[in-house]
Design a protein around this ligand. Sequence first.
Ligand SMILES: *Cc1c(COP(=O)(O)O)cnc(C)c1O
Ligand SMILES: [Zn+2]
Length: 445
Amino acid sequence: MNQNLNFRAYFQCINEDCRSTYNVDEIVYQCKKCGDLLEVKHETNELKKRTPDEWKQLFSERYRSTIFPYVSGVWGKREWVLPEIEEQNIITTGEGATHLFDARLFANNLGVKALYVKQCGISHTGSFKDLGMTVLVSQVNQMIRRGKKIRAVACASTGDTSASLASYAAKAGIPSIVFLPENKVSTAQLIQPVSNGARVISLDTDFDGCMKIVKQVSQEVGIYLANSMNSLRVEGQKTISIEIMQQLNWNVPDWIVIPGGNLGNVSALGNGFEMMLEIGLIQKAPRILLAQSRNANPLYRSYLNEFKDFSPVEAKQTLASAIQIGDPVSVKKAIKVLKRFQGIVEDASESELSDAAALGDKFGLYNDPHTGVAIAAMQKLINKNIIEKNHTVVIISTASGLKFTEFKVKYHQNEIENINSTYINSIYRSKPNLSEVMDIINKHL
Ligand SMILES: *Cc1c(COP(=O)(O)O)cnc(C)c1O
Ligand SMILES: [Zn+2]
């Protein structure tokens, strides 16, 4: 295999009338000419010099390798992600290469042919955010080592981005600053960046308010913006699509279901499939179902109007706190992806998302509330017969349930406000006495 191909990635403005390009070594988050979002583009003609089978074989050889940097699922796809990174600058925690949970009994229960849950939350900091953060922090590390003056990396977060940034930055020895909305993230999410030594600033506002501040702060010299409007993150997250296809032996599923807030991840998912189609690794596109919390559903509202317009909303409190976002940064990218992949948007109420998470748990999963939103949205399309009996569905699970213990405990104690827990599993109390224990077992088994 020819190793000396000129793989290259660069930033390009998403505005069709502009298309300005920038070097990935440049500190730029938005187009300097028109202000629109940037996306990372690859020289696909170079990538096409390897055949689809050669790529598949290479990805397969590297999968769950013991060899650095292929210990990481993301860097196993390095030519498709950030080809010009020097190995010595890569900051990885072995992210990616996560399990694709074959939920057969759950699929039977729901009445679909097959259901898989991509466990992106089984990762160093417990969410898929690690997939993008390894790329961003590695690139920042490379820029610093090449002499760029970067004092710190900064982000606004609904909890998982800050946990991820703080950890990767600490591993690289780069200071980090995180902005969190006061009282709107779980205890686990709050204590992660604190433990990793980030400067944690809690603001009396919501995520959208934190985002405004961090954008201003990153105008200051030397503060590098790590939110997903920085499209380096989307490049790492894109590998989710490629891994799913590897794990399904390149058989394209009918549906991918993904929860969305700031909408970077659904854009990444689409880009991954787009690249595989373009380079010829797959021939058919899946459909995408984007799931939102009803309390923060601006894209769902826009979808009902065929995406003709989009208006931000004020996001209300939701158990799916990582997607409590009313003014998503990547909305334009997401709409493009949804149009391309015959996308549908659904929303789920607090009660629907809680029950959906708990129902999945009964089949061996341990769902965070965001995965609950995705499962609830899937159930709606099954009920409407849009997801059909002979369909294969993949759900993107975005975080570990272990980060949301308060949610899980309250559900099974039937203590979530205004919600009646349908799938409650109560703990039986008994004296340590055989006959009393056997009474319980005989009554409830
Ligand atoms: C960030 C996050 C999301 C939403 O991803 P976006 O790219 O903002 O749409 C969903 N679930 C969890 C657990 C997250 O941390
Ligand atoms: Zn532009």
